[in-house]
Design a protein around this ligand. Structure first.
Ligand code: FMN
Length: 379
């Protein structure tokens, strides 16, 4: 495909619209539907076991012949073990405030601590490269060690960054496509290094970050100039696509808009909550997993933040809270689950397929750009 758009050319896709990888939500049906509609779907495989990833890849391959991607998370654990007293305090807090309400057994009386299982990242990556997945996407770190091997399978490497410095590093280390994640984005911040004792993290919006990354990559020289920049965070319609193209990006990556797609794996109460949410309803917090993530302010967030109770470190906080999230999802209870979401909430639409979302965004983008053309001509 000889598209004038750098991203479309690089991935051999028709439209510069990417369905963001979202752990636990991006079903093979969603990924394939986004790719079949001319965009690109990415499977969020960060929390999947290697055999689950294999199964999902087989399903995607059965559903589409188009380019698709698989995403992994690179952030190493902040600590390998939780301090016994901290763990007891957190478990007691979780017992009293959440487990009781969900009918779950208490955990603070258990003698065993939480020890992290060993990393499965290498095995996850092996499945992806053995299966010759066309695009391997990463968040929360620089995939420098893996780029060569991934390229040897013919695949492209995509990295999600939150600062200019992270962007320059991944480009120098061989990444083919840079996703710029603005502070508006739903889900975890992709920030590479986070000090577990610091509350503050860089929260640069999509609007200022995209052009600064584009300029910095240009300064890297001619090879880097061919690296498409993709904007993510708070973008949910065709106006957003045109806006970031104007900032120098080659395309968009949307997460939250696809959370309410017909093919999404988000449970019903989560989707309903998203559809009635306002732009003021989200917060960036460590209480879900120990790493900063943007999500809706439900009872879990509200009670946690009000209590002043400190969450455990990444990803021990996730291991400590997993039974609560699993029960909430099973009970279709949106109050005790991480309702990860970005700020573009009032732009969400109910009952649309991924294909419809992509078609609508393209139609709006074309309309917006001709309106802009007309307006600028008369100035
Ligand atoms: C529910 C949810 C889960 C996410 N999980 C992942 C993930 O597993 N890997 C990843 O790279 N990004 C993940 N993200 C972040 C997206 O890649 C993307 O940066 C974000 O959705 C863009 O902002 P938006 O939601 O406002 O469109 C997730 C986002 C959401 C909303």
């Amino acid at each position: 495909m000889n598209s004038p758009n750098l991203l479309c050319r690089s991935l051999n896709i028709q439209y510069p619209i990417i369905q963001a990888p979202m752990s636990g939500v991006t079903t093979p049906e969603l990924v394939a539907a986004a790719s079949n509609a001319g965009g690109l779907g990415i499977l969020g495989a960060g929390r999947m076991l290697p055999n689950q990833i294999l199964d999902a890849i087989h399903k995607i391959k059965n559903l589409t012949n188009h380019t698709y991607g698989v995403n992994l998370l690179l952030a190493p654990p902040d600590k390998n073990e939780a301090d016994k007293e901290d763990l007891f305090d957190v478990q007691q807090f979780l017992d009293n405030k959440f487990r009781q309400n969900l009918g779950l057994s208490p955990k603070s009386n258990q003698k065993t601590g939480i020890t992290l299982p060993s990393s499965i990242l290498l095995e996850q990556l092996r499945v992806i490269t053995d299966e010759k997945v066309p695009l391997v996407s990463f968040a929360m770190g620089d995939p420098v060690k893996d780029v060569k091997h991934i390229h040897s399978t013919g695949a492209k490497v995509m990295s999600m960054v939150t600062t200019v410095e992270e962007a320059i590093n991944v480009v120098r280390n061989g990444t083919d496509i840079v996703v710029v994640q603005g502070a508006e984005a739903g889900g975890h911040r992709s920030t590479f290094d986070i000090d577990p004792d610091e509350e503050e993290i860089p929260l640069i919006g999509t609007m200022p970050l995209v052009p600064q990354v584009v300029d910095a990559i240009k300064k890297e020289g001619r090879t880097a100039e061919n690296i498409p920049v993709v904007a993510a965070g708070g973008i949910a319609d065709g106006r957003g696509l045109v806006a970031v193209l104007a900032l120098g990006a080659s395309g968009v990556m949307l997460g939250t808009r696809f959370l309410v797609a017909n093919e999404s794996g988000a449970f019903k109460a989560y989707q309903e909550r998203l559809l009635s949410a306002k732009e003021t309803d989200t917060v960036v917090t460590k209480v879900f997993t120990g790493r900063p993530a943007r999500g809706l302010r439900n009872s879990f967030v509200h009670v946690y933040l009000k209590s002043g109770s400190k969450p455990l470190t990444w990803p021990i906080q996730l291991l400590a809270t997993n039974d609560i999230y699993a029960a909430a999802q099973q009970q279709n209870n949106a109050e005790y689950f991480p309702l990860l979401a970005g700020q573009g909430l009032r732009m969400l639409k109910k009952g649309q397929s991924a294909a419809k979302i992509i078609q609508e965004i393209m139609a709006e983008a074309k309309e917006t750009s001709s309106m802009l053309n007309q307006m600028l001509r008369t100035l």
